[in-house]
Design a protein around this ligand. Structure first.
Ligand code: BT5
Length: 259
């Protein structure tokens, strides 16, 4: 049965986590769950608090881009207070939690595209936005923001139709946002708590990237690069091999796969 809207109790009831999602701030509609999460973190919200909305009217991508998040999509932000060493791993935790949850709930296989996309059949089904507030070596807070296109008809959104998809468009039926959110919370906690144990999350993330080994065009700041995406480091950065054999380390950028 696919629900019309969510409620905090339906999300937290018997949720099998220690702290992620045990507190939920829920709105039917808000600006951006990341923005509301930042305000809550500044006011000392509990570690693992989730901010969830049925729709965002000012959903954000990276670099102030718009993230479309109408009703039928998941908009979720998690407030965390990690130590500095774990910040680069948060994108890996989030991306793997999304692919695991999608597969468990729908059976669909998804792939990761560096740095922050989750694809089904080569199209973007989910985007992740990590925002950190750091002073020196002190992390005031970190926010993992996740958007998933669950029950959207992409033909209603011509601006993203060429590059995006939704779970319902892929499956030909609707999917429970509630079930997917609950799964996401469990997966995020499992992966996050496993970080101190070492490199397995980095390795799984690396092995799921469709980007590696491919010829790519990367726009990073004002610079455009072209070459082979050779590897990723455990800090999340990408190594790009240029046609002249030289190597560039890229920390953030937009990737187009060339072939
Ligand atoms: C992202 O940015 O992919 C990060 C998206 C993060 C969204 C979550 S929702 C919960 C939390 N609260 C927020 O306000 N944000 C986070 P980026 O890589 O910059 O991709 C943005 C680009 O993706 C846009 O310029 C569009 O081209 C495309 N796009 C916009 N909405 C989309 C959607 N629903 N599905 C697929 N692509 C989309």
């Amino acid at each position: 049965m696919v629900e019309d809207s969510l409620s905090p109790a339906s999300i937290t009831d018997n949720l099998e986590t220690r702290f992620i999602g045990q507190r939920v701030i829920y709105y039917p509609s808000l600006t951006s769950t990341n923005e509301v999460a930042k305000q809550a973190a500044q006011q000392g919200a509990a570690d693992g608090t989730a901010v969830i909305a049925d729709e965002q009217v000012a959903g954000k991508g990276r670099l102030k881009r718009v993230w479309l998040s109408p009703k039928g999509s998941i908009s979720l932000s998690i407030i965390l207070y990690p130590s500095l060493v774990y910040l680069p791993s948060l994108i890996m935790v989030a991306a793997l939690a999304v692919t695991h949850s999608i597969e468990e709930v729908t059976g669909l296989k998804s792939q990761l595209k560096w740095p922050n996309d989750v694809l089904v059949d080569g199209r973007k089904v989910s985007g992740i936005l990590i925002e950190n507030n750091v002073q020196g070596s002190i992390v005031n807070y970190a926010i993992i923001g996740i958007g998933v296109n669950v029950n959207l008809r992409l033909s209603d959104f011509p601006e993203i139709l060429p590059t995006a998809t939704s779970l319902s468009d892929e499956l030909g039926r609707e999917v429970s946002c509630l079930e997917l959110i609950r799964r996401l919370l469990v997966e995020i906690e499992k992966l996050y708590l496993a970080l101190p144990a070492g490199g397995s999350i980095y390795r799984e993330w690396r092995d799921n990237l469709v980007t590696l080994g491919r010829r790519v065009h990367i726009k990073s700041g004002k610079t455009d690069y072209e070459g082979i995406a050779e590897s990723v480091a455990s800090d999340g950065s990408l190594r790009l091999r240029h046609p002249d054999g030289s190597l560039t380390k890229i920390v953030a950028g937009d990737v187009t796969l060339c072939d």
